[in-house]
Design a protein around this ligand. Structure first.
Ligand code: BGP
Length: 499
């Protein structure tokens, strides 16, 4: 048995890391437009004026205190402004995807291209028209669009005026955004992802959070007792989960043939040893990551949810109808990102509030230059774990290794990337052939070089196509096929037979 004949081979990107054209076509400002570049060791930052008008630096991952206003500081580079300029290169790039034989391509929609301020009365037609062209170009090449509605985007206005997702009003703004897309492309797009990595949401910039406990009472939902950061995240993610369920219902009324997925970051977690404390610690760490896919795939918070909330002295605030929405509008499939596995070591547990992966040392695994453990077998483990848990089709919508590829004589010999992807596909094939896991497709991350979300670097490249640009945005933006381009083309042509 080999891969299903309709297996969706492709690649994945996100608007904020790929499009550029940040002020073109009527696009409004998003929080990520205010985030500077960073490095492996130095986090990305937002420069803000506090309510006394003094300049304050907020690091990515921290809340933007309510009432602070972000601004672009002279002399700093803002990677998402140009990114790798899909906005002006989309025809060329889609032709490259078609040359590799892509069956699908995962893209996200820039919220502020459609609603520049997030709370606008009507959508921006010029922004919609850009995506009409992209989707038509994909269809021309028989490439199935896989549309992520929300991939880390947060209209700046919704963050500053409403406080971001901690404010339940964001549900309505999101639904208005999603409805426009579902209706516009109801006959052109089948596969949808409501929210990217709903379970980790790297940093507050994705939630546009205004932290109430730095400014008392701004958003606490429990009287004057301010929520701790974790509580703000959990409550905000709850609003996203409700929005995702409501979007599923709305979408199914527009086109009952839509395939509606949720997406979680679900790389793997192992116990560092067979000591019971490590085993249970790893299980506890893992269930924090799975709690949110439990909600979107099963339709309710798991029995252990309150145990997690108790750790952060948090009580979830639900409206009366929320449980019904979640129960009756689960996802058709589970999309997930898989990059690495980490180990839970009882002597150095490093968990995050929402189960985000902290790379912990695993002595048996090689690491990428950015320290991410490389574990192809872990992918087979996770595929079985998730399919066993949810019995829903799975879709690997992010996988790959960031590497500082070297361009010499107009060539890039990325054998390390071929080996990484090959070994992960081999394990994926075992999960399908031997374990009978139902997998819809595989879209390696950053299929054409894009900006790293975590560090803002260009040098952390994932693509099968090199883009001539450096970490400070200097370069011709020329596209150059890497060795992996030709290799992946053969993989797709032979439907995974020739690796
Ligand atoms: C995931 C995000 C992607 C992408 C990926 C790789 O969490 O969904 O947007 O960024 O991480 O991370 P990075 O770009 O930091 O290498």
């Amino acid at each position: 048995m080999s891969f299903p004949k309709n297996f969706l081979w492709g690649g994945a990107t996100a608007a904020n890391q790929y499009e550029g054209g940040w002020q073109e076509g009527g696009r409004g400002i998003a929080v990520h437009d205010l985030i500077t570049n960073g490095t492996k060791d130095e986090p990305r930052r937002i420069f803000c004026k506090n309510d006394q008008g003094d300049e304050v630096t907020i690091q990515m991952g921290e809340c933007i205190p309510y009432g602070y206003v972000g601004f672009l500081k002279e002399g700093y580079y803002y990677p998402s402004h140009q990114a790798t300029d899909f906005y002006h290169h989309y025809k060329e790039d889609i032709a490259l995807m078609a040359e590799m034989g892509f069956k699908t391509y995962r893209l996200s929609i820039s919220w502020t291209r459609i609603f520049p301020n997030g709370d606008d009365e009507t959508p921006n037609e010029e922004g919609l028209h850009f995506y009409d062209n992209v989707i038509d170009e994909l269809k021309k090449h028989n490439i199935e669009p896989l549309v992520t509605i929300l991939h880390f985007d947060m209209p700046l206005n919704l963050a500053t005026k409403y406080g971001g997702w901690i404010n339940r009003k964001l549900i309505d703004f999101y639904l208005k955004f999603a409805k426009v897309l579902f209706e516009r492309w109801k006959d052109k797009v089948t596969y949808w992802i409501t929210v990217n990595e709903i379970n980790v949401l790297g940093g507050y910039w994705t939630l546009g959070l205004a932290s109430n406990h730095r400014k008392t009472g701004a958003h606490s939902n429990q009287g004057e007792t301010p929520l701790e950061d974790a509580g703000i995240k959990f409550q905000s993610i709850h609003h996203m989960l409700v929005a995702s369920a409501m979007a599923n219902k709305m979408a199914r009324e527009i086109n009952p043939h839509f395939m509606l997925g949720t997406m979680c970051a679900l790389s793997g977690i192992y116990p560092a040893t067979c000591h019971p404390d490590d085993v249970f610690g790893a299980y506890e760490f893992r269930r924090k990551a799975l709690m949110f896919s439990d909600v979107t795939c099963r339709g309710y918070y798991p029995n252990y949810a309150q145990a997690i909330f108790d750790e952060y002295n948090f009580k979830l605030k639900m409206e009366p109808e929320d449980e019904k929405w979640l129960k009756e509008n689960t996802s058709d499939y589970l999309a997930f990102s898989y990059y690495r596995t980490t180990a839970f070591d009882r002597f150095s547990p490093n968990t995050t509030t929402t189960g985000g992966q902290q790379a912990s040392p695993n002595p048996y695994l090689e690491k990428t230059p950015w320290g991410w453990p490389i574990d192809p077998e872990g992918l087979r483990f996770v595929l079985n774990e998730l399919y066993d848990r949810y019995q829903k089709p799975l879709f690997i919508v992010e996988n790959g290794m960031g590497n500082d590829d070297i361009l010499e004589n107009n060539e890039i010999h990325d054998d390390y990337r071929i080996s990484y992807i090959r070994n992960h596909i081999k394990e994926l094939k075992k999960a399908i052939e031997i374990d009978r896991v139902d997998v819809l497709g595989y879209t390696p991350w950053g299929c054409i070089d894009i900006v790293s979300a975590g560090t803002g670097e260009m040098k952390k490249r994932y693509g099968f196509v090199y883009v001539d640009l450096d970490d400070l945005g200097k370069g011709s933006l020329k596209r150059i096929k890497k060795d992996s381009f030709y290799w992946y083309k053969k993989v797709i042509t032979t439907n995974g037979e020739e690796l």
